[in-house]
Write a protein that binds this ligand. Structure first.
Ligand code: NAD
Length: 481
């Protein structure tokens, strides 16, 4: 299937942290793919900014190494032709005038803050002080957006001092995934699901984000944050919002974000006995790759896994639990939302036929797609026995290679920044409400001095997470690669 590419107008994009890991692995390759697709015009300017004293040529060499080597050399050259570099230290005053000279007053100018969050406020201030901010300015900020409600409020205030909310794009790359938007298309574009999308028909909802990687490379940050802050407060919370929200009146950024905000505000506080925290143990015999050894803190009580049960207290979801789990070093890399429907009210085929609930699985990674498990008769003689069969739609199969993951999310989100569409970005009040729900959970286990449960690397997580479900007569859907 050929996707329709609508070119954007020429723009200026400044990447603060242009030599960093995120810029090299995600942002620049994403821009290159959009350039090759014909969406970014040749007149666009992409300006890397960092502290290193590099020339344009040095920077282009650095970027060329990050681009898909199989690409046409002339495409790479044409893309690099759009790329410039300006050395600036966020703490200093030099370099800003030179950066300003590169920017056109008539174009959208986006400043991507791909730097540590403690620099966000200072960058916003300097953009203002050096006259780089105008009405066409947009700023893009990466996660983590704060460490708790207080720091998120301070960050919001620092950005709001110089930019209107309509100019601030808080990235959560999960929201840029094809499936996430498809979740809205499936819910609000089909008559089939929405009438059943409530506590009368849905038994419970599971949201799983499982990773196989550990914390290597991000030790200090991760040990300060933990899974609750790093994953639940943002990615899992955003997915929960999209699953649980009411249909917005129109597909408009604030209409969608208003509905998401209502979900977060309707979340009950989580009961302490509805949360399981875990920390992975070493997989190899020298015991060096366990969580504590990796972060270099033998007594660290930071969780690399969390599972919890929560309730959205509103008319639609009263009585339907949402189970969320996420962890590192698990058996497979898999992000999936399972909507588990109730059983039919009466088993007409008798107990020997078996009963199966319908499950709608929305897979975000690794293979984006949607599966609906339906019950049919087991083929062949032997009476009426029921089995599950999946009605499977893999986006990669159905839509071709354009439905890939990860890179795509950044491609879509950066193009949305240029187009000025904030639908897939978190608004300040959403972030604030999400921290408002997360903070007491963390404060609770800190006050109780809780230590996370150890779990084996490569497992499905601590056994207590199964118990969380078993107590309710339910079980987790398997974590499949
Ligand atoms: P990094 O440490 O690899 O890169 C940081 C960049 O900031 C470098 O280019 C560095 O030169 C620049 N920098 C540092 N201090 C500066 C200063 N005073 N003035 C100007 N430039 C300065 O970090 P990263 O992994 O690229 O992460 C960047 C941001 O993105 C962070 O906020 C991080 O939390 C977030 N993030 C990263 C990833 C990822 O996969 N790397 C994923 C999600 C979010």
């Amino acid at each position: 299937m050929v996707s329709r590419v609508i070119p954007v107008d020429p723009f200026d994009l400044v990447i603060f942290g242009g030599t960093g890991d995120l810029a090299k692995r995600k942002i620049l390759p994403a821009l290159f793919r959009r350039f090759c697709a014909g969406q970014i015009p040749r007149e666009a300017r992409i300006i890397g900014v960092a502290r290193s004293e590099l020339t344009d040529a040095d920077y282009r060499d650095l970027i060329a190494k990050t681009l898909d080597g199989t690409s046409d050399k002339s495409q790479i050259d044409a893309f690099l032709n759009c790329v410039r570099y300006v050395p600036i230290d966020a703490h200093r005053t030099d370099g800003w005038a030179r950066l300003n000279d590169f920017l056109s007053p008539e174009r959208v100018r986006a400043f991507y803050f791909s730097v540590a969050p403690h620099l966000f406020g200072e960058l916003a201030q300097r953009l203002h002080d050096h006259g780089l901010a105008n009405d066409l300015t947009r700023i893009v900020v990466e996660k983590p957006f704060g460490h708790d409600l207080e720091s998120a409020n301070a960050l919001n205030a620092a950005l709001a001092a110089h930019f209107d909310e309509s100019q601030i794009y808080r990235i959560d790359h999960y929201l840029g995934k094809e499936t996430v938007q498809n979740l809205m298309a499936v819910r609000f574009g089909n008559m089939l699901f929405e009438p059943l999308w409530n506590s009368q028909y849905v038994d419970h909802i599971q949201i799983t984000v499982a990773e196989t990687i550990g914390v290597a490379g991000r030790e200090a940050y991760y040990d300060y944050a933990g899974a609750m802050r790093d994953m639940v407060q943002n990615h899992l919370m955003q997915l929960l919002c999209l699953i649980a929200m009411e249909p917005p009146a129109k597909f408009d950024p604030d209409a969608v974000r208003d509905e998401k905000l209502k979900v977060i505000r309707a979340l009950d506080p989580v009961e302490p006995y509805h949360i399981v925290r875990g920390q992975y143990e070493a997989a190899n015999e020298d015991m060096q790759d366990g969580y504590r050894a990796q972060v270099g803190k033998p007594r660290s009580t930071t969780e690399s896994y969390v599972a919890l049960k929560c309730h959205v207290s509103n008319w639609r979801w009263a009585g339907t639990p949402f189970y969320l789990r996420t962890g590192k070093r698990l058996v497979a890399r898999s992000s999936v939302i399972n909507v588990v429907f109730k059983n039919t009210p009466h088993a007409i085929f008798g107990p020997e036929a078996g009963r199966h609930a319908n499950v709608l699985s929305i897979r975000l990674q690794p293979d984006e797609g949607i599966t609906l498990k339906v019950t049919i008769k087991e083929p062949g003689p032997g009476g009426m026995r029921l089995i599950d069969v999946p009605l499977d739609m893999s986006f990669a199969e159905a839509l071709g290679s354009g439905a890939n993951e990860a890179g795509d999310a950044y491609e879509r989100l950066i193009m949305d920044v240029i187009r000025g569409n904030q639908t897939l970005f978190m608004r300040g009040d959403e972030v604030k409400a999400a921290w408002g729900w997360t903070d007491p959970v963390i404060a609770g286990w800190q006050a109780r001095g809780e230590v996370p449960k150890p779990y084996a690397s490569g497992s499905i997580g601590p056994g207590d997470a199964d118990e969380l479900m078993r107590r309710d007569g339910r079980r987790w859907q398997g974590i499949k690669p």
